[in-house]
Design a protein around this ligand. Sequence first.
Ligand SMILES: Nc1ncnc2c1ncn2[C@@H]1O[C@H](COP(=O)(O)OP(=O)(O)OP(=O)(O)O)[C@@H](O)[C@H]1O
Ligand SMILES: [Mg+2]
Length: 724
Amino acid sequence: MRFDDLPLGDDVKRALRLQGYDTLYPPQESALPHAISGKNIVLAVPTASGKSLVAYIAILNSVLNGGKAIYIVPLRALASEKFEDLRRFEDLGVRVGMSIGDYDADDPTLERFDVVVATSEKIDSLLRHRTSWLEKVSVVIADEIHLINDPDRGPTLEVTLTKFRMANPKAQIIALSATINNSDEIADWLQAENITSDWRPVPLREGVYLDGEIFFSDNSKRKVKDLGDPIVSLVDDCLANDGQVLIFVNTRRASESLASSLRSVTRRYIGTNKELREISKSVSTDDEEPTSIGKKLSECIKSGVAFHNAGLSNDQRRRVEDLFRAGKIKVIVATPTLAAGINLPARMVIIREATRFDSDYGHSAIPVLEIKQMCGRAGRPRYDDYGEAVFISKDEDHRSFLLENYLLADPENVYSKLGTEPALRSHALAAIATGNVRSEEGMFRFLEHSFLARQTDIDFLHDTLQRILAFLEDNEMIKFDRDGSLRATFFGKRVSDLYLDPASAVTMRKALVAFRKDAGFGILHALAATVDLKPLYMRRSDYDWVEEILEEKRTEMLLEPPSDLNQYEFYLAEVKTASLIQDWIEERTEEDIERKFGIGPGDIRSKMEVAEWMAYSMDQLSAIFKEEAHETLQPLVRRINKGVKPELLELTKIRNIGRVRARVLFNNGFKSIADLRNASVDRLAALPTIGRALAAQVKKQLGQEQEAKTVEQSVSGQKTLREF
Ligand SMILES: Nc1ncnc2c1ncn2[C@@H]1O[C@H](COP(=O)(O)OP(=O)(O)OP(=O)(O)O)[C@@H](O)[C@H]1O
Ligand SMILES: [Mg+2]
């Protein structure tokens, strides 16, 4: 069947043709009639089978008839991919936006868009603010819905969909899923058509490598030139046939060291590549501040290989993905964060280990579902005609083990994780604060609409819920009225609006009550002690210096060390994390921080993002509990955002002037915006890290602040993208 045969407007058909879509894939043929007629669907079909396009067509169909759509994704990287795809339909008059940022805002910019790509946390937060835009939504796409199974992120996705269905029952829901055993349960929950298939547009063979041979799950075999090391042999085999390779390993360090050791292989396939050398140089110099991970990455890229892990900044990660997409680098060695949903031109996926280290469970097996997601990155339409996904095995027993337990095994069922106390605590408060729920009874009625209730009898939640309500009441976030009905206090409403875990708010309140003006480090520690900001791990080598800091800052602490010795280690981890925030806002170099804490720029950014949110929230709560803390907290929020001492806050207001450049300006006597106005472009251009282009740009910004602002607003859609 062709796209032309679908009951769609001519302009939509033309747009699809222009993008090279002609015939429908069989799963699309089954799904699209339902999707176009407005029915809810669950599409649980293999990787690469074109699920997104079903979603896009449903969106266009609805939006061009006056509706609004949201596309919920689990990861920022995936959000960019979907955002870019959807923007290709802008000629039809569809305005596409992406919303990932701000805590505590009801985001008036949404009004400008017809389609918004966002994470489930963002949508949940918007629902708490009862954003009127959401009431107009006519289609909700839930991509990678099997992640409902994820203990961290799953409950939010589940609650978001639950609330949506209650608040806006007419909205069409399209859930996209990996192949799972119990998609019928999800479909039943969403009152949706369950569409399954095992058809894949590009054949993908999955196998295990041993001694120069890949044994595939379809019983076929293929010889590979044995060059000694299994990974080197496979990479060489694929590159020699003009393919590209994606390798999954289970730790960041392994991703870096393996990428580095593969340089000698990839180098042979890129020739004397001047362009790559240029790109590699820019990778290490584009950032304002050189980092050691950036240098390592640049070294790898020069030879046509890269690593991809959470230690890289968002920019660096996107860079790696783009270079791989453009065929400029041949191999990526990644941690499994890259697995879900992404389209990359990998002919071969190599999975080095089937286990990973988990801080809660130690070494544990990676679920089949996740392995299948990794395998599914190979052989993507428009890039390759076939794909191969290969495990590395040690011996024959291991080979059979991997074949049976992963490649021939069925993926696990997906289970709701909403029934745990931390998940329920936040969502229960939110349900009360938004007025959705007014009694314990009501809470059960609300939960009855969840996937959890579809899977089990939720009576078992009585005790947990009672404990949670008592906790919220004791901490004055909710109140029982005389007639027994529940409502949120002002404090409770703020906690819900700020998207805080109520337990974090309790920590902040305690710190605020104890607040003193001289409690500098104590405030940073309070931020680090919230459950939302997960503390850094204590390495053995950390104990001495962290305890020293604690000793030194003892009088500044707002939250005392625990009397329970078992808890002491957690306290130290919080102190360590506080000291990371301190180093950041005291302008220690990123390179120093990386070395001292054993983390990468990506970790610094992600921790500081949460720390800023915590500081902002604590500042907001200071209006209730300790007004005088506002004076300290308000500048702290911006200092964390920029990573600077107070004296640089003014300069860092200028675009492209970050912590490093602002310091250079300041130390050269340009201490304020007024100083910069008086300086000549030549004088500024001569400063290290500034240069002519930037100096001119800064001048322009200052001379035409008003216009600069309008330009900024008009590109804010793109700006959000860049912030990824
Ligand atoms: N009918 C079609 N004809 C040609 N190409 C198509 C068609 N449908 C989808 N594609 C292409 O197939 C590729 C994979 O699609 P998509 O990312 O939607 O897969 P998916 O089913 O979501 O996979 P995953 O489970 O890995 O997320 C995309 O590059 C898309 O452009
Ligand atoms: Mg997908």
